[in-house]
Design a protein around this ligand. Sequence first.
Ligand SMILES: Cc1ncc(COP(=O)(O)O)c(C=O)c1O
Length: 499
Amino acid sequence: MPDAVRGRSPARGRAAERPRAAEDPGAAIRDSGRMTQTTPAHHENGTAPPAARFDAAVRAAVQQGLLGEDGPVAGFIDTEGVRASVGTLHDAFAATPGVLHTFAAKACSLIPVLRLLADCGMGCEVASPGELRLALEAGFAASRIVLDSPAKTREEIRLALALGVAVNADSLDELRRIDALRNPGTASVLGLRVNPQVGGGAIGPMSTATDTAKFGVALRDPGAREAIVGAFRERPWLTRLHAHVGSQGCPLELIAAGVAQTYELAEEINATLGVRQVTSLDIGGGLPVNFADETVHPAYTDYVAALTAAAPGLFSGRYLLVTEFGRSLLAKNGFIGARVEYTKDAGGRRIALTHAGAQTATRTVLMPDAWPLRIGAFGPDGNPKTGPVLPQDIAGPCCFAGDVVAYGRELPELAEDDVVVLYDTGAYYFSTPWAYNSLQRPAVYGFRTVAGQSTTGQGGPGHDGAAVTFTTVRDAQSMDAIAAESGLAHADALIERGV
Ligand SMILES: Cc1ncc(COP(=O)(O)O)c(C=O)c1O
């Protein structure tokens, strides 16, 4: 495999002011010591319902030492839940022939997770050389990989074309680069991303279809439509249109409106050129996730209904469809577990100091209004805590005052050795940590539960008779790895004798 892999710095947002508890939108979301409802969109398939699976997993993780003194924070992925979520996606689009569902690798950039998704019949959307490498290592066929990203280098494009990976150009300038690099024999499907400029959602930085968003060709700008039609006319090999209207915070109607604009553009191009040159539409991902409680909504079927209403011709079979969902497939199938190291009172406020902070819940800490998380409280034995509740801040280990994942949450009183659970963190949380304070990247485990059974060996009896089996997805980062990534090999580089 060609080595085109380069590192990229993790995204850093502007640190938000610490909100007063009364202003904390997260305070309105439902916390609990245990989850009490099942999640209707999941298939049962003989496994315990999701709420029971998570309780069982927390308890088993504590009992098996995956969470505790030696493992103060870890991410957990419910593999049966992932399979069930992929099933609901496939079912929702089942009436339409020729849909390639790709998983947005950025949402959970872990090779075993990507391989699980490949095994479930997904393709993969990648947005960097690193993600492309992960997708290939996970075993996705090149023909099932789609490369997006607004800043592809020539080398990145060359590699994708050589492999036969589909490429969505982000601009007309990028199309000109492809002109120069493209071998006529390439197996790559080539497309152009447009920004339908249908507006933003509730979270500004996640809204990719505003007038001034950086992605794609801004469709409503003067002259843009004509330029796009012309670009297709000049390139008979350009056969796909792509749009991704936004992630989280965008209502279904907004996303559907953006897809409808893209569909209408495809019809216009084909009508103008007098040939069905645009044969596929990549409609992106972006289905929002409900972080307020454990229910799954909106569902993929709601999205298909919204799309059908906005663009009835989309499902006519005239276009192959590609989707790129990330958060909606993984968020509710994962959680972070973290040990409570200390508790303290400050200015009349109770604070639990845990190991889950900005290094693993970066968006929540830096943009608490936009990304509130539900918190669960568990005892040192891994069982849900009960008893009177009191407002508590759940703080992390990072050395800045705003490193708080939840403010003033009404939870049973937390104490040293307890465990807190950050729900709905299966996408964009533990899989994409921030290296602040040289904190270890947490370990990630996959788990399976089987209701009413118990096992020995790797697994063990969990809650309510559910057997839980864990497998390692990623080891916790070692101190040697932290030192190596921090320039150990060049330790003398900046002192006199090293120059
Ligand atoms: C081009 C593209 N496709 C798909 C996604 C995945 O979005 P989501 O995780 O909201 O489904 C993203 C997210 O940023 C994206 O930029």
